[in-house]
Design a protein around this ligand. Structure first.
Ligand code: TRP
Length: 327
């Protein structure tokens, strides 16, 4: 029998290349090996955006549209929306009872969130327990995430172990994080790529928009004129992108022509944009299809959520039996 993986993403709207390279590509490659549960974590979005919900429903749909465009396949993976699986919320209550307060307060990722959002809610404090419920509702063996999420999964392992100890069972698996070995892509300004920093390239951007954005990327600041000799190691964005998107031959050419002063930064970025656009052409074509067929996306969410509910209910029934709740 295949092992199970579960992973989610907060629906922050249309996804960028950082999401694609850091997480989604990994998910796509795991679809055949594992029994996969991938979801839009809309409850988690509410931990910070409870008062900005105008776009939440559309953002949820957009995120799943981007997944389908990227090659997640509802025939091979269960794709759903967290809030359509209330069993997760019920498990969250039960796991909340056995989680010591200081475990959640210790969570370093939560501490970062708290720094950004001064007043924190009860729900926000429960972030790691809810995330554990997401994972444990499917009794997942593994959780493919970006490296920023590993601390949360440590708590999940602790909660699973504690449940097993308290109720003298070995029901819950202690899930392992699965990290992607892909290099982190920086934003067009050399900082972390992020929607709110206005430095990202979206999966859904057109070729023209992508080219325009790539042309704005920072290069070697010491290189002023076209035929100045450049230093790719000092190139703050463009050469880093070449290393992610180029073939070895293209990377070598970019490097040696830059050093020789025979390729200007503008030319270099024009070529780079073409390479990126070529890579995303099939993704963008699928995205156009799903954009024009949103009812199909909604049906995929409806079906996936029903499957997820059935599986989570099995877990919950077993958990209630183990705890000894009146059934
Ligand atoms: N916290 C994750 C993020 O911000 C999203 C998430 C919620 C998640 N529940 C999860 C990831 C369960 C993996 C497993 O991206």
């Amino acid at each position: 029998m295949k092992k199970t993986i579960a992973s989610g993403m907060r629906p922050t709207g249309k996804l960028h290349l950082g999401h694609y390279l850091g997480v989604i590509q990994n998910w796509v490659s795991l679809q055949d090996q594992y029994d996969c549960y991938f979801f839009a974590a809309d409850w988690h979005a509410l931990t910070t955006k409870f008062d900005k919900t105008e776009t939440l429903a559309q953002d949820t749909l957009d995120v799943i549209t981007d997944w389908l465009a990227s090659g997640l396949d509802p025939a091979r993976a269960t794709l759903y929306v967290q809030s359509l699986v209330p069993q997760i919320a019920e498990l969250n209550i039960l796991l909340g009872m056995i989680t010591p307060q200081n475990w959640v307060e210790r969570d370093p990722t939560l501490k970062d969130l708290v720094k950004m959002h001064a007043d924190i809610s009860y729900g926000m404090l429960g972030y790691p327990v809810l995330m554990s419920s997401d994972i444990m509702a499917f009794n997942a063996h593994a959780v493919p995430v970006g490296s920023d999420q590993v601390a949360h999964i440590e708590i999940t392992r602790d909660i699973a172990r504690r449940f097993n100890n308290i109720y003298k069972t070995n029901f819950f698996i202690e899930p392992e994080p699965v990290l992607n070995d892909c290099a982190l892509i920086c934003g067009l300004d050399g900082q972390k790529m992020g929607k709110s920093f206005d430095n990202d390239i979206k999966i859904s951007d057109t070729d023209e928009v992508t080219a325009k954005k790539v042309m704005s990327a920072i290069t070697d600041p010491a290189r002023v004129r076209r035929d100045d000799t450049g230093n790719p190691d000092q190139c703050q964005v463009a050469f880093k992108y070449w290393q992610i998107f180029g073939t070895p031959v293209q990377i070598e050419a970019a490097q040696s022509e830059c050093r020789a002063g025979s390729r200007g930064c503008a030319d270099c970025k024009r070529q780079l944009a073409a390479v990126i656009n070529e890579k995303f052409a099939p993704v963008r074509e699928r995205r156009r299809y799903f954009e024009q067929n949103q009812d199909e996306v909604k049906q995929i969410i409806t079906d996936g959520s029903a499957k997820a509910r059935a599986k989570a209910q099995e877990t919950l029934t077993e958990v209630k039996k183990i705890i000894g709740i009146y059934r």
